[in-house]
Design a protein around this ligand. Sequence first.
Ligand SMILES: [Zn+2]
Length: 130
Amino acid sequence: MTRERVSWRDRYPDEVTCVRCLEVYDQMHLDRMLWCDPCRRRARERAAWYGWIGGLLFGVACAAYVWFGIRPTDLVTGGWVATLLAAVWIGQKVAREIVYGAMRFRNARAVEAVPPADSGAPSAEAGPSE
Ligand SMILES: [Zn+2]
């Protein structure tokens, strides 16, 4: 029934090695880029961590701009704090997506850079054995 539905999964056997942790999984647990579920979760967590760093840096930059550039009066301090918190929050989300995208992109390049086993690196095993 599903024979006419061509999926990218058809190109792979049932057991596939995750390109990130090199563990072998059932292919249903890997996504299009051959990342397994735990690897994607770990990458997401790491990206979120870097995202908060990026967001805080962005917030600090905004705070510096507000402090030295705009020089707010004391009357609107609460408003500026709320604005900076919003800047950190938004910066965190943006940075997280950028970091995660960068992880995925670097991985894609690495996958393409590694040739199949039959093309390159001839003398690795067939060295001078005599
Ligand atoms: Zn993995």
